[in-house]
Design a protein around this ligand. Sequence first.
Ligand code: ADP
Length: 576
Amino acid sequence: MKKRIIGATLLTVVFALLISNVVGVLMFRSREMDAARSTLQELLELMDAQSAITEPEALMEQFHAAAPDKRLTIIDTDGTVLADTGADASTLEDHNDRPEVAQAEATGWGEAVRRSDTLGTSMLYVAKRFADGMIGRAAMPLSSINSLAMTSVWGALIASAAALLLAFLLSRRTANRVVAPLSSVGTALQGVLDGKKAPGLEGPQADDELRPILRYIDKLMDQLEGYIQSITAERDKVSLILDCMDEGLILLDEDGKVLAINRAARTLFGFPEGEQEDGALLLTRSRRLRKAIHDCQEKHSSIMLDVDALTEDARSLRLFVSPVSGRQYEGQPVGTSILVSDVTELKKAEGIRSEFTANVSHELKTPLTSIKGFTDMLSSGMVTSPADQKRFITMIGVEVDRLIDLINDILKLSELESVAIDQTEERSAVLDAAHDTASLLEPSAKAAGVTLAVEGESVTVGVPMSRLKELLFNLMGNGIKYSENGGTVTTRVRVEDGKAVISVEDHGIGIPEEDQSRVFERFYRVEKGRARKNGGTGLGLAIVKHITQLYGGTVGLESQVGKGSTFTVILPIPKN
Ligand code: ADP
């Protein structure tokens, strides 16, 4: 702007100087010409006054002595040159054709500017018809007038240079004055952009005309600062939300290059924090993802797909790839958005559920197949003896009981699984529950030749009585099932570290080490044949584990093959 102000001023000054100089020089020259013309005319008038009484040659001599720098010529009426100070008259041709001479003959006076062939220079000629009819002509070279004009041109040029310098200095000063407040506006605006408070703009150096504008800009900047602050706050809020999301969010441009990626997406895809990601790298890793992005853009419809993350923990990711149109991110058009969620647990749960369904079907099928076999035999009439018929019917009854046990256990398990933690108010005495359960199991213990013992201190836990008995029933029942004839199953109750510790010990077949971590899984049996023969459903320990977890406890196992097993349940003791 400064340059433009100075440039425009200087240009104006240059034009003004040029015009005034040219006009000045032309006027100067024309004035000089007028003066020269008058001099020549005066000379001729004087000569005219003398011409009648003096010979042409003598007349010339006389006037040439008085004006040596002028060329004087006397021409006869027929054009013959009678005398000339510039050349020998006899050598000169007829002068009637000279315009000034012709004009003087016709009107009395004549004038011409022309190059003299005789003297070889530009001359101003003035001619006069004398009273005696002869033509007197006086001439002077233009070079003297031109050199005078040149002198005036130099003078004008020097004055112009001085005027230009002055104009430059003045315009620079003015430009500085005009631009200074604008520069301070610029500095202040930059300050606002850098997040600093805008300084007041109205300085003493500001011109009166600029003051209201500066005041207005000052106000605008205050507003702008407010806007910037609110936009920054908004942006921080959005990025906070994006960064706190458990779901990953990725924005791609129309070529599939990553424009933005939030913290969760980085973690899920295994991008190190802060690393400048190469968008293409992320997407070229999965061919299916690349295809989904392409299809999504092509068909303008959302696509859902599951991929395995290439991270060490191989998590399962569910991606929702959606087309985005007419939106920009930091000035670049967005083509696709990808919402990423971690479905590892969901997939695991789905796997467990389908495995459980398969197991349940299998477990149901076995007794049903047996029942079908027995009923077919009976209905075919092949079993005729009443003793055999009774035996078959008893076996059907056993399988039906097994089915009922199985269905009951499945129902219990699904009921236990439907809640994560039970904050019950109910309190139960562990020793009472153990004694009651032992009485309940007494007939089967007797049948197996196993002795049941319950001992320890009385302690109350925050578990409903029915669930506590269920837990003990499974543990003590297993003790009986997997003990040899003559064995003992001992249930002990004690308080340790402020917690109720219930252990059920047997001296039975024991559990191999490699199976110990798996016996709490649903339908997991160490020896399938024996477990089934004992009437086990394979769900007892899963139920135990779920009950202890539901009431904030833990269950552990110590066992040695051939020596026996001890299951230990630790439950918190409620304060009231
Ligand atoms: P089941 O109804 O088959 O007993 P559980 O879930 O109660 O099912 O037990 C799972 C498996 O753990 C059993 O099939 C058995 O192989 C083993 N098991 C459980 N308790 C004992 C124990 N006290 N001694 C030896 N093995 C046991």
